[in-house]
Design a protein around this ligand. Sequence first.
Ligand code: ADP
Ligand code: MG
Length: 258
Amino acid sequence: MNKRWGADCAAQETGSRLSTGAENRFPETQASGVGKVIALLNQKGGAGKTTLSTHLAGEFARQGRRVTLIDADPQGSALDWAQRRLQSTQGRLYGVIGLARDTLHREVPQIALQADYVVIDGPPRVAALARSALLAADLVLIPVQPSAYDVWATQEMVSLINEARVFRPALRAAFVINRRVVGTVIGREARAALADQPFSTLHADVAQRIAFADCVAAGKLVWEVSPKGAAAREIAVLAQAVQNVLGDALEESREVTR
Ligand SMILES: Nc1ncnc2c1ncn2[C@@H]1O[C@H](COP(=O)(O)OP(=O)(O)O)[C@@H](O)[C@H]1O
Ligand SMILES: [Mg+2]
């Protein structure tokens, strides 16, 4: 943590809390399918898990990849979005499955056999379900809003990923700054604060843009509303950053992680 936003006492507290009790143990089975599995996780609601999940899945589908989105949030927001989409004139881009169960890690490998990418829209709480998602994933993306509170709150997820790495040393993780307010320095400050964490922050920030909120009710994605808009561009850059981390880029591009 940097000086301005510093204070990482929460980490120690949650670290010990995470490693006690049967409910807090990682299940034994672990996953490795054919398609790459990307889990969007952060116990903070409103960080952008669903927004980035639906858009990343859409971007991969747009590339012609086979994509399945798993809604692992009992609230079912991604399923709601997909339902809206079905009711509209928008074509089907990818399948959305509701699977908010802590057996995710056992079911995802089978799903990954039929897909190039499986994107998991994670639950809001750090619990058995989030642990299961971690065991299923090749890459965990942690969307973070650029506020001190939100940066502090990532400690719990960082501890959980570190625990998961005991079982899965190859598990990758990265932060994504979402809802950065254009024209302010707060995004840069968040990036500086996250620099002390053990995972990198993708050089692919997503700004606070009304287009993202507008898309939800219509069951759309930002590039369907404004193909050349800034929001669509940011999502394309994010998708490429993710593919670079996974060593899965369609074409060689600049290094986007540090
Ligand atoms: N980059 C963004 N710009 C504008 N609104 C956003 C952005 N990201 C998320 N939102 C909005 O914030 C709310 C919460 O986002 P959501 O993706 O549902 O978060 P989570 O799944 O982590 O709870 C939604 O109303 C969504 O439309
Ligand atoms: Mg959500």
